[in-house]
Structure formats: structure tokens, C-alpha cells
Design a binder for this molecule. Structure first.
Ligand SMILES: NC(=O)C1=CN([C@@H]2O[C@H](COP(=O)(O)OP(=O)(O)OC[C@H]3O[C@@H](n4cnc5c(N)ncnc54)[C@H](OP(=O)(O)O)[C@@H]3O)[C@@H](O)[C@H]2O)C=CC1
Ligand SMILES: O=C(CO)[C@H](O)[C@H](O)COP(=O)(O)O
Length: 478
């Protein structure tokens, strides 16, 4: 008789199929299922030799093929499809079984699902998984939430299949209920910022130097040998070197310039607004995608707005390239610093006790934002686990301080020459804002009190005050 499977995966599109193969390659017996059976058949036909798979056409057979406590990984489209799969599973599972949603769920959905499944005696683990198709197969970064009890059973298996950096798994317990999916959401927000910053660097080099896509690809390749070393820089160099087979044009030139999104960046920004955390780099990156897709507005603007006609004449090519590199690095530190602030704020708001140093550690490998400088972030949180601002950690304060002059030259040059750099510019504005001795927010408070009696606090004494603006302008305690 065939032994029961140790873990099951339902949802066998690119991610689920490769996660199932990853489990099998690590020696686990894996039950596999997909709504349309053809995907199960093709996995078994093409990759059956990876290990031991038990394929089922029905959900009931799939559940019956698992040993107890059953561990079922759901890897389907987020939202309604995940709820549909859970509804089907609930009637088939038994007390103590563990359901793992490894898709990109919105964390409030995860909180709700965990509560609902608890009523059935089931553990629900909302887990972020990052690394795309290749990471799912060869080792992703995994961010599981849910109960600590479920991690005791599940953790060793997930750590086993995750990426490793210096032998350390890129997987750790994140925190209760929605914490895992929250952290994955912010990871994706940072991913948006990182991608936008890289795109702006590309545009600056293209417009500032008149460099070709291939030449810029070569520049990115050299950057990947230094502090900027990361998966996204590496693949960008590859993309820029690629030529379209049909036209012979650089591939990047034949792709429509309208960036899409599935929603994790938007959720990150929505949540930051709720928590009051300024994640300006991530927000600008998300809005930059929205701007690129604003077709009627772009058409009207191209027809009706003055163009910047003068050519940008960069005097010193090598100096400019290095300025852009430094500005990119500094802006990237800002984006990560803001993302870590958001995690800290959510951890305190939802009582999740998230260890930010551990997040940096598990993002060093496997995931889309993996980068050399995540080692530096890990070290910063090792120095001070309660660091109030990553940007102000002595290491980062120093490197960003050293890049400051270059950063200002790049942002000023872009503004003078009509090159849009929303993420570079907003990150620099954040740097100047967060370090300012005094901000014009005092004037905003005064205006609010003037038109709406909203009150203000004073720099020289405790309390809340209001000025009678429309009468004799006397001040009273509010
Ligand atoms: N692609 C990526 O790089 C990454 C994706 N993710 C997340 O992982 C999850 C899976 O992603 P991906 O592999 O790209 O696949 P998709 O997001 O394209 O989802 C396709 C899968 O969902 C199933 N599905 C859709 N609707 C239903 C439904 N109503 N009931 C049951 N099953 C349904 C499909 O089944 P069928 O074949 O029958 O249509 C198929 O297995 C998503 O949540 C995604 O956001 C996370 C990290 C990276
Ligand atoms: O989760 C991921 C990587 O970590 C996915 O690739 C993500 O879905 C990409 O997001 P979008 O489609 O919004 O650009």
C-alpha cells in the first residue's frame, strides 16, 4: 500500500507546481491537486521523477491521501478563489489539521480566515512566499504566520525547503494570525520601490547620457559587483541586454510602458495611510505604475503640455554614472527604512511582536528583494533590535551621508532636464524632512486652528491651545 503523503499542495500553477516539486526533491511524499486536473497530470508526467507524488482528481481523495495532522498548502489566486478552496477543505479536514495559505493574501483576510478555521479546530497559517517560479523550486524566502503551535509541526519542513544563506534558512516564524501575510505585503511594497528606483536609474542614464539599453545593462552589471548587488539589479542587466527576436530592437523598447500590478503594493500604501507611516518611496512607486497606466491623461498631457526640448548635456560621463549609482543606493536605503517602520508600526498596532532583524535575515536569500545590503540591515538590528529608524543606524547614516551630494546633483539634474524621478526625489525629500530640526508643520497646525478651531500645542509649555482668530486673537487652553 502507498504510504500517505506528508504534505499536500492544491493549486498547481507556476508557484504551486514548483513548491510541490521542491518538497518532493527534499524527500517529502507530496499529495498534489488542482481544480482542473490537467495541471496535476502534467506535473506528474513532466516531473514525477523529482520524488514521490500522490495525485488526486478530487479534493476528497487529495485530503484522504495525507497523513495526520494533515498539512495542506493552498497556492491559488488570492481572494475569492482562496475562500472557495478553504470552504471545500473545511468539510474534509479534522481537528488539529493545518491549512497553509501560501498565496499573496491580503492580511485582513488572513486574520478572518484564521478566526473562522479555529472554530473548526483547524490551524490556519497565512504564509508569504517570495522568489517567483525559480525560488519556489530551488528555495524561496518563506514568511509563515499563524499559531506558534502550528510552526512547531510545520516550521522544520518549511525551513528545509527554503533558501539558505550561510547555512541559515530564509524562513522563520513571523507572528500570529495575519503577521506572515503582512510582512509579505510590505516585502512586495519594497519590491515596487526597488523596481521603480532601478527604472528611474535606467531612465536617467538613457536620457542623461544618451546611452543604449545594452550599454546601461553593462553599467548595471558592474554595479552588481558592489554594494548594490541584488537579484533585481542582476535581472535588470539581463533584460537590458536582451534583443527582441522579431525586430532586433532592445527588448525594453518593444514592451508597452504601462506597468501593471496585482495589488500588494496598493495594499501596502493603503495600510501605511491607516497606520500613519510615511512610506513615500513605496507610495511613489505604486503611483508611478498608476501614472504609466493613465492612458487618456497621458495622451492629453502629451498634446497639451510643454515639452522639455533642450537635450541634457552631461559633462562627465563617469562621474554622472557614479552619482546615479550613489543616488540609487541612498534612495533604496530610504525605501527599506520606511518599510521596516511600517512593520514596526503594524507589529505594535496588532500585537504581533515581529523581529525586524529576523525579517532582514530571511530576505537575504530566495526572495525577489534579496540583496547584499540586507546583511547590513540584519547587522543594524543585531546592534539595536529596537532601532527607531534604520536610516539613522550609524552604518547607513554614514553611507547615505556620503552619497548625499551625488543624490542632490542627480535629483536637481533630473528636475532641470524634465526627467521624472518620483522615487529618487521623494526619498531625498523624506531624508531632508525626517532629519529637519523644524518642519513647516507648525504653520499647518496654525492654519487648522484658524479655520476649524482644531487646536495646537506649543513648543514652550504643555497643553493644548486655541486662538480666537475671528475675535480678539486671545489664546485659551483647549
Ligand atoms: N507568480 C509569482 O511570481 C508569485 C505568486 N504568488 C502568489 O501565489 C499564488 C499562486 O500564484 P500563481 O502560481 O502565479 O498562480 P495564479 O495566481 O495565476 O493562480 C492560478 C491557480 O489558481 C487556481 N484557481 C483559480 N481560481 C480558483 C478557484 N476558484 N478555485 C480553485 N482554484 C482556483 C487555478 O486553478 P485552475 O488551473 O483550475 O485554473 C491555478 O491553480 C497567488 O496567490 C499569487 O499571488 C506569490 C509569490 C510569487
Ligand atoms: O509576490 C510576488 C513576488 O514576491 C509576485 O511576483 C507579485 O505578485 C508581483 O506583484 P505585481 O504583479 O503586483 O507586480
Amino acid at each position: 500500500m502507498t504510504e500517505l503523503a506528508q504534505i499536500g499542495v492544491t493549486g498547481l500553477a507556476v508557484m504551486g507546481r514548483n513548491l510541490a516539486r521542491n518538497f518532493a526533491r527534499h524527500g517529502y511524499r507530496v499529495a498534489v491537486h488542482n481544480r482542473s486536473h490537467a495541471k496535476t497530470e502534467s506535473l506528474l508526467a513532466d516531473h514525477g521523477s523529482d520524488g514521490t507524488f500522490i495525485g488526486s482528481e478530487s479534493m476528497a481523495d487529495f485530503v484522504a491521501s495525507l497523513e495526520r495532522p494533515r498539512k495542506v498548502v493552498i497556492m491559488v489566486k488570492a481572494g475569492g478563489p482562496t475562500d472557495a478552496v478553504i470552504a471545500e477543505l473545511v468539510g474534509l479536514l479534522e481537528e488539529g489539521d493545518i491549512v497553509i495559505d501560501a498565496g499573496n493574501a491580503h492580511f485582513p483576510d488572513t486574520i478572518r480566515r484564521e478566526r473562522e478555521l479555529k472554530e473548526h479546530g483547524l490551524h490556519f497559517v497565512g504564509s508569504g512566499v517570495s522568489g517567483g517560479e525559480e525560488g519556489a523550486l530551488n528555495g524561496p524566502s518563506i514568511m509563515p504566520g499563524g499559531s506558534p503551535e502550528s510552526y512547531t509541526t510545520l516550521g522544520p519542513i518549511l525551513e528545509d525547503i527554503s533558501a539558505k544563506v550561510d547555512g541559515v534558512p530564509c524562513c522563520t516564524y513571523i507572528g500570529p494570525d495575519g503577521a506572515g501575510h503582512f510582512v509579505k505585503m510590505v516585502h512586495n511594497g519594497i519590491e515596487y520601490a526597488d523596481m521603480q528606483l532601478i527604472a528611474e536609474a535606467y531612465d536617467l542614464l538613457r536620457q542623461g547620457l544618451g546611452a543604449s539599453a545594452g550599454e546601461i545593462g553593462e553599467i548595471f552589471k558592474t554595479w552588481n559587483d558592489g554594494d548594490l548587488e541584488s537579484f533585481l539589479i542582476e535581472i535588470t542587466a539581463d533584460v537590458l541586454a536582451h534583443k527582441d527576436a522579431e525586430t532586433g530592437q532592445p527588448f525594453v523598447d518593444i514592451v508597452l510602458d504601462q506597468a501593471e500590478q496585482k495589488g500588494t503594493g496598493r495594499w501596502t500604501v493603503q495600510n501605511a495611510l491607516d497606520l500613519g507611516v510615511p512610506i513615500t518611496g513605496i507610495a511613489e512607486a505604486t503611483f508611478a505604475r498608476a501614472l504609466s497606466g493613465s492612458v487618456p491623461q497621458r495622451t492629453a498631457a502629451r498634446a497639451g503640455l510643454q515639452a522639455h526640448t533642450a537635450e541634457w548635456k552631461v559633462a562627465d560621463r563617469e562621474a554622472f554614472i557614479d552619482d546615479v549609482r550613489q543616488a540609487l543606493y541612498a534612495s533604496k536605503v530610504v525605501a527599506y527604512s520606511q518599510g521596516f517602520d511600517q512593520i514596526a508600526a503594524a507589529s505594535s498596532e496588532y500585537d504581533w511582536n515581529i523581529d525586524r532583524g529576523a525579517m532582514a535575515r530571511i530576505w537575504r536569500g530566495g526572495c525577489i528583494i534579496r540583496a547584499r545590503f540586507l546583511n547590513r540591515i540584519t547587522e543594524a538590528y543585531e546592534r539595536d533590535a529596537d532601532l527607531p529608524l534604520l536610516l539613522a543606524d550609524p552604518y547607513f547614516a554614514d553611507v547615505v551621508g556620503n552619497a548625499l551630494a551625488a543624490w542632490r546633483r542627480v535629483v536637481a539634474g533630473a528636475a532641470q532636464n524634465g526627467v521624472p524621478t518620483p522615487a529618487f526625489s521623494s526619498s531625498l525629500a523624506y531624508y531632508d524632512g525626517i532629519r529637519a530640526e523644524r518642519l513647516p508643520a507648525s504653520l499647518i497646525q496654525a492654519q487648522r486652528d484658524f479655520f476649524g478651531a482644531h487646536t495646537y500645542r506649543r513648543v514652550d509649555k504643555e497643553g493644548t491651545f486655541h486662538t480666537e482668530w475671528s475675535a480678539d486673537r486671545t489664546e485659551s487652553d483647549a
